[in-house]
Design a protein around this ligand. Structure first.
Ligand SMILES: *Cc1c(COP(=O)(O)O)cnc(C)c1O
Length: 328
């Protein structure tokens, strides 16, 4: 309906600002996982180097493989960032036409230096043939990441993390380079085909039914983001991160992330005091709050505090007061 076309037309320029891009921006009626499939299906002919430093990066790698793509895993210990040197060392072999990286690994609270990695890749003789596929599901709109200036090819995010929206839609920016590449890739499927999605999006439409209710929410949230300003948003997230690190260290906890790579949107805290995390959460729930246990293998060994989206410092202060009370 024309009303929906107007709504998407209103959303597009604002969403582009959040991605820092003038290239194609797409909206998918799926969670972020769907866009993992999209990235793998549209951008890989030869082989993708999957950089794995946590649970989500591992799943991104699995998804590429399950979509029939040849993969090679670059394994990095959990808690560590992906760094440029090992990535370009592998990519220089010429065996690969894509690399997948998670910007903000939600399971470990680690942010990888995407800008430096992309710069190092583009400096390779075959650098422009490599599709740089970046998951910033829990980073984008909270931690700085710039599609165009950093020269990325696919940058994807979900509604329910740093966008602070209800779950159910996801967004990605796709470079002109990746759009051209997609045309050379057979069997891109139907639902996540970049070519058909971009063709519809140019008319402020989608090939299949859009998640209209969530588009209204997105439009409103983008207005709030624009009003706050992206720079102010990044600053607010960094301040919440720093306060969280200070609280954790003050209570004698270690930070799971390697120093210097602590995420602006989620902090993963080592449970070196061996507290009962479920009891901790039970107590917090009585006060209307909740934190996250460690993810997967890190359950019981770590716990995580989200400081993203609409969260404000005064809310974190309430959380830390409650946590201090439990720990005392
Ligand atoms: C949550 C998350 C995902 C999965 O996204 P869904 O929207 O749940 O499909 C992928 N990557 C990261 C880093 C995440 O935090």
């Amino acid at each position: 309906m024309p009303e929906c076309i107007d709504l998407v037309g209103q959303i597009k320029p604002k969403l582009s600002q959040v991605f820092f891009t003038e290239q194609t921006v797409l909206i998918s009626a799926s969670s972020g996982t769907g866009l993992w499939e999209a990235a793998a299906r549209n951008c890989v002919n030869k082989k993708v180097l999957t950089c794995v430093n946590g649970a989500f990066a591992e799943r991104f790698s699995d998804v590429a493989e399950m979509n029939g793509k040849a993969i090679e895993v670059l394994d990095v210990p959990w808690g560590q960032p992906i760094l440029p040197e090992p990535v370009v060392e592998r990519l220089a072999t010429g065996e690969f036409d894509a690399v997948s990286i998670v910007h903000n690994e939600t399971s470990t609270g680690v942010t990888s230096p995407i800008r430096e990695i992309a710069q190092a890749i583009r400096a390779l003789p075959n650098g422009n043939d490599i599709m740089i596929l970046v998951d910033s599901v829990s980073g984008l709109a909270g931690a700085r990441i710039e599609m165009d200036a950093w020269d990325l090819d696919v940058l994807l995010a979900s509604s329910q993390k740093a966008f602070a929206l209800p779950p159910g839609i996801s967004f990605c920016a796709v470079s002109d380079r990746a759009m051209a590449k997609a045309k050379t890739v057979p069997a891109r499927g139907y639902y996540f085909d970049f070519i058909s999605l971009a063709k519809s999006m140019a008319k402020n439409q989608t090939p299949a039914t859009p998640a209209v209710s969530l588009l209204f929410a997105l439009d409103r949230q983008l207005d709030d983001m624009m009003a706050e300003g992206m720079e102010n948003r990044f600053t607010r997230h960094l301040a919440m991160r720093d306060r969280t690190l200070e609280w954790a260290r003050g209570q004698g906890f270690d930070i799971f992330a390697a120093p210097g790579y602590e995420s602006p949107t989620v902090t993963c805290i080592s449970n070196n005091r061996e507290i009962d995390i479920s009891a901790f959460n039970k107590f917090l729930r009585t006060k209307g709050m909740i934190i996250s246990n460690g993810y997967g293998d890190l359950k019981g060994k770590t716990f995580r505090i989200a400081h993203m989206g609409d969260t404000q410092m005064h809310e974190l202060e309430e959380l830390y007061a409650a946590m201090d009370e439990f720990l005392a």
